[in-house]
Design a protein around this ligand. Sequence first.
Ligand code: SAH
Length: 387
Amino acid sequence: MAKTKRRQKRRTKGDAGFCRIVYYSGMHVLQLHFQSTGDERRALLEVPSEEMLAWLHARGQAPLRARQMRRWLLAGRATSFEQMSDLPKRLRDELAAAFRPLGSEIARHLISRDNTHKLLLRLHDGQMIECVLLQEANRRTVCISTQVGCGMGCVFCASGIGGFVRNLTAGEILEQLIHARNLLPAEERLTHIVVMGMGEPLANLDALLEALAEATSPQGLGISARHVTISTVGLPAKIRRLADLRKQYHLAVSLHAPNEELRSRIVPTNDKTGLAAILEAADYFYAMTGRQVTYEYVLLRDLNDQPAHAAQLAKLLRGRQAHINLIPFNDVEGLPYRRPTQQALTDFVAILRSARLSVKVRKRKGADIDAACGQLRRAELTTDYPK
Ligand code: SAH
């Protein structure tokens, strides 16, 4: 708990015109100040549709122009109004004076040896977020963020180190998908979304749902809802709300420990929720959607990776339509945790399998660019174990 309190003290706040992002370098905290881009024009995806329709109407333009612009962004890969060639030239100029096609811009683009792309995006207020494009066989998966920073305080996670800064808007969530998609060759499209970037998605559920509606719509990015995975720390009321919508999104719950005491040490918000309420909400999600829930379990050497933990986890999940995703800890500079030994990992998997549970170990992707960049260490894909 002491660790959590210390963390909260470090929480960053956006000053007027300035925003802070905190990087860890060894045990030293370096605070970089980012100035807002100074561009007052709003991004197209931030403008409510009634407002855009009124704006077009005032210029004698038909409502269909709004749809055309959205199509250019989502399907046509336009990044400027100039490229929206079926809009009248004069309208394009007026639009460019009043709005920006996209509010975020690529501040850094890293490409790993396995062709994983990591984008550091600068938002209109200078805040930074990351998204990752993973490419494997026919899959084109984007890992997206939902918040700047995170307030959950999981002790091993890089995203929570600077605390919570702010929620992303639906437009900012969608723009991550657009930027990642624009990296693909013209004949390729995005196939999967994992909401496993920075932030707690269910703490920003309205904006996330709005963005996903656009991402999964045939007029939007056309990604199948069944190919969207939402990963949560486990907020029972929000899991139930999501279940009631009966969408086909896949739910992943970050469990990380097989008992109350250990989970509260690793995932401090567990103090407020408790394991039982999370499992009940996950069972409800399965009952309402028919979609099997995945339990994520980050393996931290000696802390939660022992045979007794595996046995307890098997007991906890026995009888549930559950899938377990084991994630060997990815090093975070400045944090004291370590990956499990190969033996501990093998034993852990064997115990779960002998209890007839479905288990996979997440394979690391983009390890070389993760090392270069301090925040989002989520560049991984699930794969069968052992491979
Ligand atoms: N807030 C959501 C999304 C977080 S990221 C959640 O808690 O699920 C997705 C997954 O990556 C979570 O299971 C998270 O616990 C895990 N994760 C975070 N940091 C990690 C690290 N350094 N190594 C391995 N997994 C990590």
